[in-house]
Design a protein around this ligand. Structure first.
Ligand code: PEP
Ligand code: MG
Length: 541
């Protein structure tokens, strides 16, 4: 038996073959070639493979979501054969006498820039389609597997570490679990695993070697154990725990349809955290009564370029409409630190967690903020959207956000575009400064939502990304408990509500304590809400 002890990052028991993730080297350099015909043949083969993949995707989309969803892939397949596009690639090949990758990359970029510079918003949006198509052809030229997993069967994905953007690109249907050599349970990849309800273990170290590729591993996302060739006793323990997990799932089914009310009649909203419109299925399957945190930045992380107003509008509208009148709190862009988006061209920083991130980027780049706010307000006409600003430290920042909202509402009104002028505005409390300013801040907004992940990081001066500091990252620290109590009190005394959307919100040990402190909303991964509802329903203060 081989036992590797890591740190549990997302609960759940599973077994399956280990698959070691290979990071794709996508750097493209210009190479002068001797045999141009060979490059042309490679190009034709990559184009043919791209069309084949796109037709298969169109077919799958048609079966799963209807004709409209298939159109995107059909359009992409047409782009691959577009005369002008193909001619520009071929001209580049001939003129530069270069490798096919360089010609595709150069021609694709020229084309995308041409579309982006057009006046018409629809044509501008086509720039990202061109980039998508170009990337697909490049992947096929370079032999990069889409989704990063070249396996027919679902696997337990093993890697050194995964950036949130890499995790998002993976084909979820192929992933049973994650096992990482490095990584911290407090970073965004672990959070994504919890959001997706996939067991995950980090900090496995060098013992997790590629020699185990393809071998069946048993993983326990709670205890952090990765086992190969289990002995009889270990296998029995895994099987019993797996059976308990199934039993628990069945028990939790009985909580569906129940109201989130304590025995003494207090209403506590048990909401979900999501990162993309796809996550709404899990929210609905678990009978989630609302969305307490939609991490909108994942739309930016998934994309090769700034998502347009229309693309964002569609994403927010889809979520709002699917939730059918239930609250959907969407957090404005929170990138920076571990969530890096290359096309933002942010300068490298010594201390990224204390740097240009979250609301600071939006206030420094009003155009980026305006685009997102326009999309949010437009979507507010299709459901009960609330807008939330991250990483607030000062009253002036909130006032500036509110001014940006007012300007956007004025524009939409003038353009005759519907929106909800009563859209609630809230802020995340995740810096000590905002805790001490809570009374003043409460007078500015409709609600607070506490980001315990960052509040822990900034209060204890512990980098949440640094796995070596895990034992110092203590979200139960008395200093944090005092801050949490203060936030709820300040909110209640000033007539607004307060919730928790950091990972501590899902902690069953904290549920009653939060209710006692005066919190009326707890937001967590969809897979955790029925358990939280059970505790709420059994609580009496
Ligand atoms: C938090 O900081 O607790 C939070 C919810 O935001 P994120 O984890 O995305 O930084
Ligand atoms: Mg945060």
């Amino acid at each position: 038996m081989i036992l590797i002890q890591g740190k549990g990052a997302s609960k759940g028991i599973i077994n399956g073959p280990l698959y070691f993730y290979k990071k794709a080297d996508t750097t493209i350099t210009k190479v002068t070639v001797d045999n141009l015909d060979a490059e042309k043949e490679r190009l034709e083969a990559a184009k043919a493979k791209s069309i084949e993949q796109l037709e298969a995707l169109a077919e799958k989309a048609r079966e799963e979501a209807g004709d409209e969803s298939a159109i995107l892939f059909e359009t992409h397949a047409m782009f691959v054969e577009d005369d002008d596009y193909v001619e520009t690639i071929n001209d580049c090949l001939e003129e530069e006498n270069c490798n096919a990758e360089y010609a595709v990359k150069t021609a694709g970029e020229q084309f995308a820039e041409m579309f982006a510079a057009m006046d018409d918003a629809y044509m501008q949006a086509r720039a990202s389609d061109i980039r998508d198509v170009t990337q697909r052809i490049l992947n096929n030229l370079m032999g990069i597997t889409e989704g990063g997993i070249d396996s027919e069967e679902p696997v337990i994905l093993a890697a050194d570490d995964l950036a949130p953007s890499e995790t998002l690109q993976l084909d979820k249907s192929k992933i049973l679990g994650f096992v990482l050599r490095e990584g911290s349970g407090n970073g965004h990849t672990a959070i994504l695993a919890r959001t997706m309800g996939i067991p995950a273990i980090c900090g496995c170290g060098a013992e997790l070697t590629e020699a185990y590729q393809g071998r069946v591993a048993y993983i326990d996302g709670e205890t952090g154990k990765v086992v190969l060739d289990p002995d009889e006793l270990t296998l029995t323990v895994f099987r019993n725990k797996f059976a308990k997990q199934q039993e628990m799932k069945e028990l939790m089914e009985t909580m569906k349809g129940q109201e989130d009310v304590t025995l003494d009649g207090r209403h506590v909203k048990v909401y979900c955290n999501i990162g993309s419109p796809d996550d709404v299925t899990a929210v609905l399957n678990n009978d989630g009564q609302g969305i307490g945190l939609f991490r909108s930045e994942f739309l930016y992380l998934k994309s090769d370029d700034y998502p347009t107003e229309d693309q964002q509008f569609e994403a927010y509208k889809t979520v709002a409409a699917a939730m059918n009148g239930k609250t959907v709190i969407i957090r404005t862009l929170d990138i920076g630190a571990d969530k890096q988006v290359p096309y933002f061209n942010l300068a490298k920083e010594e201390n990224p967690a204390l740097g240009v991130r979250a609301i600071r980027i939006c206030l420094n780049r009003p155009e980026v903020f305006r685009t997102q706010l326009r999309a949010l307000y437009r979507a507010s006409a299709y459901g009960k959207i609330a807008i939330m600003f991250p990483m607030i430290t000062s009253v002036w920042e909130v006032r500036e956000c509110k001014r940006a909202c007012e300007a956007v509402m004025k524009e939409l009104k003038a353009e005759g575009i519907p929106f909800n002028p009563e859209t609630e505005l809230g802020i995340m409390i995740e810096t000590p400064a905002s805790v001490f300013m809570a009374e003043e801040l409460a007078k500015e907004v409709d609600f607070f939502s506490v980001g315990t992940n960052d509040l822990t990081q900034y209060t204890l001066a512990v980098d949440r990304q640094n796995a070596k500091l895990d034992k110092f990252y203590d979200p139960y620290h008395p200093a944090l408990m005092a801050l949490l109590a203060h936030i709820a009190k300040a909110a209640n005394e000033n007539g607004i509500w307060a919730g928790i959307c950091g990972e501590l919100g899902a902690d069953p040990k904290m549920t009653e304590k939060f209710i006692e402190m005066g919190y009326t909303e707890l937001s967590m991964a969809a897979g955790r809400i029925l358990e939280a509802r059970k505790i709420v329903c059994e609580s009496e203060l």
